[in-house]
Design a protein around this ligand. Structure first.
Ligand code: TXA
Ligand code: MG
Length: 317
């Protein structure tokens, strides 16, 4: 398959309506879109990513009022959260609407619904007029992509088209909140922080407060490996806690410390910049064929909570 490089919203929407796979930018990471109501197209998407079929996909719509293209019912918590954070980097889990393929939801009766704010994503979704299932546009298990060139590194020849625009980004995936129960549960930390969520729904719990088993059942995909480069990822508190660093290693973190000798060093001024650059940094480490990347743990404030979650998963064996 030849992967087209496109810059036209209408072309992207037309390919999606025909059941094609189109990677496009969102304000979090690139998504790989497909018509969520088309079983065979969704099957092709799982194959292109090498994604395990028990990991459900998020259904994306062009505006908050279109939630009913993906979900059958809006719970009070979801209504409040969409009112506060949509369009934006939030996914609410709701009872599924019948048209959405059961392959998208991995057989669950629930569906994740997201309304991206990135202008290209929003325009494509509105032009397509369909619920669009879009996982992150990377080979399964690899770091997510925040540039279209990185998307091609993983998926060139495996998808129909990539939309060639990068733009501003958060760099970490959306916050996933299960809104089907009595108290909303944050299943995946993301760009919208738990503090922001509690200001809108004070009884929201984070996944640590829910039992592990509860979360595994509610979000099965979390059990699979995620965000992992080929290089070994070693988490450290600071550069000073690394005993010896050599020419086959990289370091990334926020300011300070001595890291002489590393082949590649990425220092960020703020936790937001660290989050925005993290996945691309992991990919750059692999492009340079480095053996190890020392990663300074993100401070667990603001987006740092979500970044630390991704860092731990990237380092998990
Ligand atoms: O920011 C994002 O959310 C990006 C962009 C492209 O929108 N998408 C993304 O998709 O990160 P993906 O497939 O890489 O991650 C989807 C997450 C997984 O952790 C999955 O388990 C969870 O959402 N999820 C999807 N549907 C669910 C459901 N019905 N119940 C619980 N968790 C669900
Ligand atoms: Mg992903």
């Amino acid at each position: 398959m030849k992967t087209q490089r496109i810059t036209s919203v209408d072309e992207a929407a037309a390919i999606l309506r025909r059941g094609g796979l189109v990677a496009f930018p969102t304000e979090t990471v690139f998504g790989l879109g497909v018509d969520a109501t088309n079983d065979s197209a969704v099957q092709r998407l799982f194959a292109a990513k090498g994604r395990p079929s028990d990991n459900p996909l998020i259904a994306h719509v062009g505006e908050p009022a279109s939630w009913n293209r993906a979900a059958s019912r809006l719970t009070p918590a979801a209504r409040a959260l969409l009112g506060a954070f949509a369009p934006g980097p939030l996914t609410v889990v709701l009872p599924k609407y019948g048209d959405v393929s059961s392959l998208v939801t991995a057989g669950l009766e629930t569906v994740g619904v997201r309304v991206p704010s990135h202008p290209v994503a929003a325009a494509i979704l509105r032009a397509a007029g369909l619920p669009i299932a879009a996982p992150s546009a990377n080979r399964s298990g690899r770091p997510s992509c925040t540039t279209w060139r990185s998307v091609l590194e993983d998926l060139d020849g495996r998808i129909d088209a990539v939309f060639c625009e990068d733009g501003e980004r958060v760099g970490i995936e959306s916050t996933v909140v299960d809104c089907t129960g009595d108290a909303p549960i944050v299943l995946r930390p993301g760009a919208v922080t738990i503090e922001q969520i509690r200001r809108v729904v004070p009884n929201a719990r984070d996944s640590d407060q829910a039992t592990g088993a509860q979360c595994e059942v509610r979000s099965p995909g979390l059990l699979h490996p995620h965000y992992q480069p080929k290089a070994e990822v070693v988490l450290v508190d600071s550069a000073d806690s690394i005993e010896a660093i050599d020419g086959s290693a990289a370091y990334c973190g926020i300011g300070g410390g001595r890291v002489e000798g590393a082949a590649f060093i990425a220092l960020y001024a703020t936790v937001d910049e660290y989050a925005a650059g993290f996945y691309e940094l992991l990919r750059e480490v692999d492009r340079r064929s480095l053996r190890t990347v020392y990663v300074q743990r993100a401070p667990p404030v603001g987006i740092g909570v979500a970044l630390l979650d991704r860092q731990r998963r990237a380092a998990a064996k």
